[in-house]
Write a protein that binds this ligand. Structure first.
Ligand code: AKG
Length: 344
């Protein structure tokens, strides 16, 4: 992999205040950026954000997808539920993310929760990371008023500054076989990771906060913030919420828990933008890339310039496959053109 200018989100720079003025940000926006860079999250209140959305209908429509006691999560309901999709692509949310990261946000996954998750502390960077690093975040939207006894979100302000730990850092065994939760090795390694993160969260000195939050308020967390779901004190109560995960333009998304960074072997994700329904074209800060095969599940990431680069980008706009080489990109482009001709 070649990464000539490893960019980071602009708000991490020491001269971020000068950059904020260059971007003509107003006082409210500068305040959000300041909090986000220090704490790793911001809470945004907007009383009207859920107006005109059939939020209550979500739970009727998804009722059959939760356990009888309301436990569990519904992943990617956006593909069938217009309200879930509208929350993921809400202009007020997108505007905050675009302002914070200075890149185009790409909502790519939704999770709906009827009750508190009680999920152990983790960082999203074990599930979703990007090259360049840091271009991923989560948005947690309260779909009812949430008090602490409902099992709120918890997080450790400032913990986003820790290294982006992955299995190699912890000596956790790489997952052998299919990169999916169907593979028992995936859970076995993940449990070891959770133990290590739990110890780091307890020993690192970061304070633990819980989020009591009003309906329609949302929290943006940066990819590396340690967070999870707190215990439900009152198990009769719901805790209706939606998490949407976002990447940003001009980055290559991958799954660290199924990658071997030291070998340059990345479980590259083919991400669909919830807003457009289209697969995104991954690039390294705008530079075209191809993905040489490393093994059945992982790829390298190689920058390609000039005409070959244009071909690679075109191939990914037309086809779901990741081109392994520029020759492969040419094949994919030709196949897409032939298919189009035959369909006419
Ligand atoms: O909502 C929660 O309780 C935790 C959600 C979470 O940790 C996640 O989606 O990554």
């Amino acid at each position: 992999m070649e990464l000539l200018t490893p960019a980071r989100p602009w708000f991490e720079r020491d001269d971020w205040e000068a950059e904020a003025s260059r971007r003509a940000l107003g006082p409210r926006e500068v305040g959000l950026v300041d909090t986000f860079r220090r704490e790793g999250f911001v809470v945004v209140e907007d009383d009207r954000i859920l107006d005109e959305l059939d939020v209550d209908g979500i739970w009727t429509r998804l009722a059959g997808d939760f356990a009888a006691d309301g436990a569990g999560r519904v992943q990617d309901a956006w593909s069938t539920d217009g309200t879930v999709r509208a929350i993921a692509t809400h202009t007020a949310v997108i505007a905050v993310l675009r302002m914070l990261y200075g890149r185009e946000p790409v909502p790519f996954q939704t999770l709906n929760f009827l009750t508190g998750t009680e999920q152990r502390t983790h960082s999203d960077t074990i599930h979703f990371s990007s090259l360049p690093t840091g271009f991923m975040c989560g948005v947690w939207m309260a779909l009812e008023d949430v008090a602490l006894r409902q099992g709120p979100l918890h997080y450790f302000p400032g913990s986003q500054r820790l290294p982006e730990f992955d299995y190699e850092d912890f000596g956790v065994p790489a997952v052998a076989g299919e990169p999916s939760w169907r593979n028992p090795n995936t859970l076995a390694s993940y449990l070891l990771y959770e133990d290590r993160i739990d110890a780091i969260a307890r020993e690192s000195g970061f304070r633990r906060e819980e989020l009591a939050i009003r309906r329609g308020t949302f929290l943006v967390w940066s990819a590396n913030l340690l967070h999870g779901g707190s215990p439900r004190e009152d198990r009769t109560l719901t805790r209706k919420s939606q998490v949407t995960h976002y990447y940003f333009s001009d980055a290559v998304p991958f799954t660290p828990m199924h990658s071997r960074r030291s070998e340059g072997a990345f479980a590259v994700r083919r991400v669909r933008d919830i807003g457009t329904g289209e697969l995104i074209v991954p690039t390294l800060d705008g530079a075209p890339v191809v993905f040489p095969v490393r093994d059945e599940w992982t790829r390298g990431i190689r920058r390609v310039d000039g005409f070959a680069g244009k071909l690679a980008t075109r191939a990914m706009a037309l086809r779901p496959e990741l081109p392994r080489s520029t020759g492969d990109a040419l094949n994919l482009t030709v196949r897409a053109a032939v298919k189009k001709l035959l369909l006419r």
